[in-house]
Design a protein around this ligand. Sequence first.
Ligand code: AYL
Length: 545
Amino acid sequence: MVVKSDFPDVPIPNSPFYQVILDAVWSHASLNPNRIAVIDGENESRTITFREIFFQSQSVATFLHSHGFGHGDVAAVTLPNCWEYSVFFLGAAMRGGVVSGASPMFTDYELERQFNDCKCKVVFTIDTALAKVRVAAAKCPSIKVIIALKSDPKRQLPLDVANWDDMIRTQPDCHLPEVHHDLKNDLQLLPYSSGTTGAPKGVMLTHYNLVAMHSIFSSHSQNIMLPQIDPNWQWDKEVQLLFLPYSHIYGFFLMVNALVRGATAVVLRHFDAHNYLNAIQKYRVRMLNLVPPILVFLAKHPIVSKYDISSVEFIMSGAAPAGKDLCEELKARHPHVKAITQGYGMTEMGMASHLPVIEFTRFGNAGKLASNYEAKVVDVATGKECGRNEKGELWVRSPSVMKGYLNRKEATEETIDADGWLHTGDIGYHDDEGYLFIVDRLKELIKVRGFQVPPAELEDLLLSHPGVQDAAVIGVPDQQAGELPRAFIVRRDESLTETDVAEYVKSKVSYYKQLKGGVEFLKEIPKSPSGKILRRFLRDRMEAN
Ligand code: AYL
């Protein structure tokens, strides 16, 4: 059975993605040149107007053009959330560029892999991450320009690194050669995701994919969600807290939404309990977009009681499962919250296939199929299409589904079939009213605090250790983080300790990929006759202990 959306299809404008954002930014600036677009949540005296965003992005475009950056070139951004990220995105996009966010939490090992994979020409970073960016960039011949933002004005930048402050002082050139976009083929954004198997891969999102996702999400939020919360909802009176990383598709779209809708964004570089709660209290924030670990925090942490967060009416969670009990606990502690909802998505969909429908009492569902989407639930053993309430692998099809994985034809064909269905690797069902429930994961992925941790990436790393003969990594449940990675190791060298293994991983990858779920030595890794790791066997073994 093919499930169709309950909501009418929305038109997809024939426009480059960045142009949709720029047009909106310009209209907010025209109505009020002093209107604040972004407040730095860690230093509230730092603000930027919509007008400044518009003009600075023209300077960025001019600067990049003068450095030979043009149509189809990739710019990597290794920055925490800040308005400079948005300005840079717009400027690079105007020149036909593709932006690939690489987390500033990444180690040089992780950065080098992404930079080399996407063959970026430019990297934009911050002085605090510059050392590791330079180590990585030294091994990436495609990189021609590094630009850095100074977190401390007194800090000197190396001579071969361009200073952001100089870049935005570039006189905008109104006569730059025009860029002709092929909207269905030209890439705009290149986030990384491991998908259903293997290492992180570049997810090719075209202008058309992103304009489609943006139109679907905007229409849903304007016509379906918000009227149920407040029929008089006015974005220009709202503050949006942006702390989910822009390098992840969820955080990126929230940033775009704030710019397009004309909300004031309070930007936090990372989640910090005090800054987060303080911002909610100070700006009387009504809507929170978050991931399940923050739901746990709001439901359970004693520090939350020290702040007045009674302004919060609507919570939208996504990127990992949020259970019914947790939502009920949160609602009981914060009765002023009218709705706690979830969306479901995947980077490869351009963000989300199922969006929240305000459900005031029934928790645990992952939303309803969005406009312009079709879905199927397919029995994993038989390949037959399931009916309502029957569990199977979820497949979706829509104009926002990625063009494919960068330079990975085989992985693309394994994920998107010949009829255009994206096989999600998630197990779930639609109930009688069309609500989605995700119950399990067929694919290898581990989700730690909503971040992707591909087991294959850690297994490759572990196998590079001389004392390791074989390795397998699975996610073990954790109340705070959702899941934590745990390694099973067959030793080559009997003197290798659990700490040695954990420290080795720690030295190479970001904190959220570390083996906080533990290390265990085995005589052999359980594998199928074809050599595939039997993760289910390891999971069952954990549950039995
Ligand atoms: P990625 N419940 C259970 N699992 C989920 C959910 C959910 N609500 N949402 C995402 N996942 C898992 O690419 C699932 O396994 O997410 C899925 O295949 O980092 C995987 O996470 C995708 O991981 C929104 C806005 C979701 C954003 C997103 C996250 C999209 C990117 C819903 O409304």
